[in-house]
Design a protein around this ligand. Sequence first.
Ligand SMILES: Cc1cc2nc3c(=O)[nH]c(=O)nc-3n(C[C@H](O)[C@H](O)[C@H](O)COP(=O)(O)OP(=O)(O)OC[C@H]3O[C@@H](n4cnc5c(N)ncnc54)[C@H](O)[C@@H]3O)c2cc1C
Length: 467
Amino acid sequence: MTADQNKLAAALLPQFVSIIGADHVLNDPADVWPYGYDNSRKHTQPEIVTLPSSHAQVRDIVQLCFEDNLPLVPRGRGTGTTGASVPVKRGVVLSFERMTQFIKIDVNNRVAVVEPGITNQAVQDKIGEAGFFWPPDPTSAAFSTIGGNLACNSAGPRAIKYGTPRENVLGLRAITGKGEEIRTGVYTTKGVVGYDLTRLILGSEGTLAVITEATLKMTPLPQSKRTLQAVYKNIGSAAEAVSSIMAQPVIPYTLEFIDGQAIEMIRKHSSADLPVNAGALLIIEVDGQEACLEDAAQAICDAATNTGLLELKTATTQVEIAALWSTRKALSPALRNVAPNKINEDVVVPVSNIPALIEGLEKLSRKHDIKIVNFGHAGNGNIHTNLLIDSTDPEQVTRSQLCLDDVFSLVLNLNGTLSGEHGVGMEKRNYIDREIDPVTLNLMKEIKTLFDPHNILNPDKMFPDSL
Ligand SMILES: Cc1cc2nc3c(=O)[nH]c(=O)nc-3n(C[C@H](O)[C@H](O)[C@H](O)COP(=O)(O)OP(=O)(O)OC[C@H]3O[C@@H](n4cnc5c(N)ncnc54)[C@H](O)[C@@H]3O)c2cc1C
């Protein structure tokens, strides 16, 4: 944003106040500062923060920004990891913290309609009372908003069986970058009239439209669950087990993977009880009707068993389940003990290519002398690849960037994708033309221009500098 645009934003303050009231427009530097960062730790202070409480107020704010070419960044709770909600051109932040209403729960049609500022956990709690859940379950559920989840297509361990927001949203109400009101999708579980704009907007990181309402597809809560922990002597055996599990009919509720480096760290920095020669570990859950669960768990145990299996534990009580998950939960604190900083990527490869990915990452770790720790959602081939570094050491930073470049080449050569759930934001925008060909990328840019002709919505995100 130019100095003139910032002056303009300040000059338009009374108009923002007339739309939402003086108490809901912030422009004091101390007040707007917290709206300038996300979990990427990048920061740019916005000029103005607006806190609307209704769809109509959002529409009026977007219209005002459209008429005056002011950059506008929608914001949930700033838990994103790619800088997607950082207002790089300053301008106006549109924060959804006052739009947290449950509009409707329709049990007979398994539908919930919500405002975008409500947290994922608040949705789970409310629909849980009616015996349902909404499958997307990012670890940040207690803080992150439905608007942010939809804009990033965020998911978690349950995606393997129940999918991401793209499989669990029926429709949207939104405002385009021209300030036009649109409704996308349907209220039914089938519908094929017109283009699928719902799935286009999901994952678009606030660059096409501002979501003001979401119609979510609810799923009945499973009656029961079993949790298993399988420890293998090496990554090859664990990967073989993942392929066998995915090749049989019982789809796990979760299928999480931890590599040997991560196990070593957990052993050093926590009291988790793991076999000495453990080279990889899977945490597997199955869900369903209690009467069917023994058979389902047995089918998973059979598929998980191979010559490299060292130990297979099953937990049924809450205490036992918590003990098995404690290994996975020990990871984040352990990472913090090993290096001051981490570059946290979330690459994806086809499940059958996980062994080649891990083997390739081990080679890159040695080549660039950068410690790499891997864990993640094996059932989707979505691996959180953590490059552990000390960012105060410029030489290490340079090596880590070269290593990252090689990691992305490796992933693309294995028919994978650069991000499974964190998205592009600022962090990966200059890499996406390695995954998407120029013609397709240009078409995406044209779509962006149709939705947002003045390029006010979350500018300088998603697309490379060169486009
Ligand atoms: C501890 C931690 C754990 C995490 N675990 C996971 C995980 O397991 N899986 C996962 O996928 N992610 C995870 N994340 C990343 C992050 O939580 C998700 O991307 C989340 O969906 C962001 O939600 P938010 O409300 O914080 O959105 P923000 O970070 O505020 O915004 C994210 C993007 O959404 C856009 N946006 C927000 N609201 C709207 C709206 N109403 N309309 C249009 N665009 C909008 C913003 O412009 C921005 O581009 C984690 C983050 C942390 C800090």
